[in-house]
Design a protein around this ligand. Structure first.
Ligand SMILES: [Zn+2]
Length: 343
């Protein structure tokens, strides 16, 4: 028996899962992309459910406005300046010490997608942008990895489980990504914590079903509105038969770099990410030393953070990425970066 029968006795007693299902979960490897609101909840649920391995992938730091819904973080994590993936691993490991957890402080890009998303049985989308979601969709369609898309805004949520090759994929549902700024975001429309909790929980349940091989998963968009108190299940079977370029014809524009951007405003916060320009393996210790003469510096093995001016912070990650918080102006972010980092 590959799992603790006492710890998981109630789940094992649930007929459709059973001990065989629980054993399958214990052997399962799952990647959670994005450890914000949805990723926090789904990672928490999968940790407690007894999966065997979790890979947590996130590019960002927790901040105070995250705490109403990002259930894995607390005020101390913010004071410590820990990246979300690392803080999440610390918290989840306390809950389940049997679980193997990998923390990847990284931005998902076409270059690292194969490494970050490889070797897993299921991927859960905890991201907040279409670029990452389409990238996940393409990797999953190419490599036949089941995955679960999720989104939450305001009091609304939606979940789509994808089994590549047999159900509708994200591109079947959304043939072209919406133009930047054309949709409401958590920034403009806000979000209530329970919407994120519900969507993350539904994603975790869909992931569990995919992992144990429940055949009926997918081909439906599950949508809820917690303020209206409504739940809908929208049949996507006709879309799956429509000859989608990605899941049926092998067209991968995001993965092949024909679509995408280098400077990214981060959803729901005053921050801009400037992607690495090939400068990997930055010497964070000597950077921290240099920046100490400029202003207050927080340094740990994953990043160096500098208080540039009141309300503006510069965070440099070991993989070469820079996040400038306190602005949404991409030109200003690049200026702050070149002033203090010199590239
Ligand atoms: Zn498709």
């Amino acid at each position: 028996m590959a799992f603790d029968t006492v710890r998981y006795s109630r789940q094992g007693r649930f007929g459709p899962l059973g001990e065989a299902g629980q054993e399958r979960l214990a052997r399962s490897r799952v990647a959670v992309v994005g450890c914000g609101a949805l990723g926090s909840v789904s990672a928490l649920a999968l940790t407690r459910a007894g999966v065997g391995m979790l890979r947590l992938i996130d590019r960002d730091l927790p901040e105070i406005s995250n705490l109403p819904r990002q259930v894995l973080f607390d005020e101390q994590d913010i004071r410590d300046g820990l990246p979300k993936a690392v803080a999440a691993r610390r918290q989840l490991q306390r809950i389940n010490s049997d679980l193997e957890i990998e923390a990847e402080v990284a931005d998902l890009t076409p270059r690292n997608a194969a490494r970050l998303l490889g070797g897993v049985d299921c991927i859960v989308d905890g991201t907040d942008n279409f670029e990452a979601r389409f990238l996940i969709n393409e990797v999953c369609c190419r490599d036949q990895i089941p995955w679960v898309h999720g989104g939450a805004i305001g009091a609304e949520g939606r979940v789509l489980a994808v089994r590549p090759g047999s159900t509708a994929c994200l591109r079947c549902l959304i043939p072209e990504p919406p133009a930047a700024g054309s949709l409401p975001t958590c920034e403009s429309a806000g979000i209530i914590g329970p919407a994120a909790l519900v969507v993350g929980a539904v994603q975790a349940a869909e992931a569990m079903k995919l992992l144990v091989g429940v055949p009926e998963v997918g081909n439906a968009l599950l949508a809820c509105d917690l303020w209206e108190g409504t739940w809908r299940r929208i049949d996507l079977a006709p879309l799956a038969e429509a000859g989608c370029p990605t899941c049926r014809q092998g067209d991968f524009p995001w993965l092949e770099g024909r679509q995408g951007a280098a400077t990214t405003p981060l959803c729901g916060r005053d921050a801009v990410q400037v992607a690495a320009t090939g400068a990997v393996g930055i010497d964070l210790a000597s950077l921290a030393e240099r920046l100490r003469s400029v202003g207050p510096v927080t340094a740990n093995p994953w990043l160096v953070r500098l208080d540039v001016e009141p309300g503006v912070q510069l965070s440099v990650f070991a993989d070469g990425r820079v996040i400038v918080t306190g602005t949404r102006d991409e030109a200003k972010a690049r200026a702050v970066m070149s002033r203090y980092i010199g590239s």
